[in-house]
Write a protein that binds this ligand. Structure first.
Ligand SMILES: *Cc1c(COP(=O)(O)O)cnc(C)c1O
Length: 339
């Protein structure tokens, strides 16, 4: 393999040597299989292709300063994947299977784990799909669980540099009582058009509002939203938001450094009151937001001084990264060390 340019890795697909797969039929999961093919073969009437029986996860493995490989909060990803499975009537994946699949794929692709200090990591993508055929709208009787992994750089090419976002009202990501709270492909399909338009207009992503009233902030594209007001970390609560594991972790760290945490509806006008705002998720940890422009009113909210991230966002970001890379003790039990 050619030398990988770790410093300039995009956040994207990267071919590695192996992935792992497991098949569910006759009401049970089979044995985990190792594959070196990037392709899957399935029935043309598979429910994932027609009726969106598809859920995925995203988590990361890091190479620490001490050379050890650490996986961040994989039990949370497992719980959330099964929550997604229940939400669209798919077979759930037992912990032992999930755990073994993730550890196996990380170990088999060890040479693709970026070295410490490059700002890169190994992104792990579990996927659960309905593979059994149906033509009537029904859940499949057969499923496939697959995990692949590959090295990635920061999610937004800006890295930890602040980005611009736009508030949109002509598109909603998820219905108020729909599937916004689970990690299923359909939500992403609904976000492609406004996200593409935002990119063309020079924004990193869009801010979606709650679909019922368009009064409250829902999500920052494929990430959760948070704002810092004085000594308080504020993040929206809504049934159509995907519960981000990064957000949950940042809330914990904010408390640790003596901040208050508020999880509640966040009205759009409150954007004027925050000192710092950001998007958070596994891919970027935190993407600090420099400005938010309302597409309808053209009103702008601005947060950056000298186009730098705010002090508290920076502190939280560094603290979380330090836990992930083993520089701070894992006092919450978030880390799985790969032996
Ligand atoms: C995955 C995802 C997030 C981030 O969740 P993390 O667990 O922090 O990676 C946020 N919003 C949406 C819509 C997502 O799909």
């Amino acid at each position: 393999m050619n030398q990988i340019d770790w410093k300039n890795l995009p956040f994207g697909y990267f071919k590695t040597d192996y992935n792992v797969r497991c098949y569910y039929h006759d009401g049970q999961w089979g044995e985990l299989e190792i594959s070196s093919s990037e392709l899957i073969s399935m029935h043309m009437a598979a429910t994932c292709l027609h009726y969106g029986q598809e859920a995925f996860e995203g988590l990361k493995a890091f190479r620490g300063k001490d050379g050890k490989i650490r996986i961040f909060r994989m039990d949370e990803n497992w719980k959330r994947m099964n929550n997604s499975a229940r939400g669209i009537m798919m077979a759930e994946v037992p912990w032992e299977l999930f755990h073994k699949a993730v550890l196996t794929v990380v170990k088999l692709n060890e040479k693709y784990i970026p070295p410490y200090g490059e700002g890169a990591s190994l992104y792990i993508r579990p996927l659960l799909i309905g593979t059994g055929p149906q033509v009537g709208v029904k859940p499949a009787e057969e499923y496939m669980f697959l995990v692949f992994a590959g090295p990635v750089g920061p999610y937004f090419k800006e890295g930890f540099n602040p980005v611009k976002m736009e508030i949109v009202r002509d598109y909603h990501r998820a219905a108020p009582k729909g599937t916004g709270h689970i990690k299923v492909g359909g939500n992403y399909a609904a976000s492609l058009v406004p996200a593409h338009r935002a990119h063309q207009d020079g924004y990193a992503s869009v801010l979606f509002l709650d679909a019922a009233e368009e009064k409250y902030i829902d999500e920052a594209g494929p990430a959760n939203f948070f704002g810092i007001k004085g000594n308080t970390y504020v993040t929206p609560s809504s049934r159509s938001i995907l519960p981000s594991i990064t957000n949950k972790s940042l809330q914990e760290l904010a408390k640790e450094i003596g901040m208050k945490v508020e999880v509640r509806p966040v009205p759009v006008e409150e954007l004027a009151e925050f000192d710092e705002v950001g998007a958070c998720g596994t891919a970027a940890v935190i993407s600090p937001i420099c400005s938010i422009i309302d597409r309808d009113t053209t009103h702008g909210y601005h947060y950056c001084k000298e186009s730098k991230a705010g002090e508290i966002s920076t502190r939280l970001y560094k603290k979380l990264r330090a836990i992930q890379e083993g520089e701070e003790p894992d006092k919450y039990g978030w880390i799985t060390i790969v032996e």
